[in-house]
Design a protein around this ligand. Structure first.
Ligand code: HEC
Length: 214
């Protein structure tokens, strides 16, 4: 008899289990039979990590760690005194390219990070200024600046202008500084200070020049 009713008993049990699993319990998230499937053994980046006390897994780099390609820039403080000495003493490293490809790169960086405030001619009439969102952006010709001071300003910012050190690498800062000096020279109609080794103009730059003349 037991033998005959076994399939029926099994069916009843399965049906009961099936129906009960449809029960609605709002906060019940189901039974966990294999925890590894739910909580992976891998360490989660921002989750507390029991291996290292109360810290999260994404640890800060060891003190003194520098990213690859990092150029130390500690001599000049972010303050006005640092700005002044950068203007007086900071020169562009020889390793930074000054050829036409470098100028094009400088223009690209300028278009991404500076144009919206400073404008494509560097007259302080970027789109944000035109729209009245931002004010107080100077024309480069009205400022006594050089490569060193521009590098400092891009690195640390100045008054209303924010620091760009986190977005622009030191080499890119030198490239964009060269572009700023070029814009400034176009505004003041005087040759760039280091004209001797000034690179040949690219077509784009030449076109720029022509519109600037108008
Ligand atoms: C959000 C708007 C904004 C952006 C973006 C911006 N600037 Fe400026 N910039 C300013 C303002 C405002 C000033 C005037 C600061 C002051 O009061 O001296 C300024 C000043 C400057 C000066 C003159 C500083 C001096 O020594 O007198 C330079 C050079 C300069 N910016 C270069 C750049 C470059 C290069 C970029 C892009 C990497 C850039 N700026 C991006 C707003 C901006």
């Amino acid at each position: 008899m037991l033998k005959n009713s076994f399939p029926l008993l099994l069916a009843v049990i399965l049906l009961a289990a099936g129906l009960s699993s449809c029960e609605e319990i709002d906060n019940f998230r189901g039974w966990v039979f294999m925890p590894d499937m739910y909580d992976g053994p891998a360490v989660e980046t921002y989750a507390p990590n029991t291996q290292i006390g109360d810290s999260i897994s994404a640890l800060k780099p060891v003190n003194g760690t520098v990213p690859r390609g990092f150029m130390a820039y500690q001599e000049f403080s972010p303050q006005q005194s640092g700005y002044d000495s950068a203007k007086a003493n900071l020169t562009m490293p020889k390793a930074v390219p000054t050829d036409s490809a470098a100028l094009v790169k400088g223009l690209e960086i300028y278009n991404i990070f500076c144009d919206h405030c400073h404008g494509d001619k560097g007259m302080g009439k970027g789109i944000l200024v035109e729209n009245g969102v931002y004010a107080g952006v100077p024309a480069y010709k009205d400022r006594d600046i050089n490569l060193g001071s521009i590098f400092h300003v891009v690195t640390y910012g100045k008054n209303l202008m924010g620091a760009h050190a986190s977005q622009i690498t030191p080499e890119e800062r030198w490239l964009v500084a060269q572009h700023v000096m070029k814009l400034r020279a176009q505004q003041t109609d005087e040759a760039p200070a280091d004209e001797a080794d000034a690179p040949e103009e690219t077509e784009e730059a030449a076109a720029d020049n022509q519109t600037a003349m108008k």
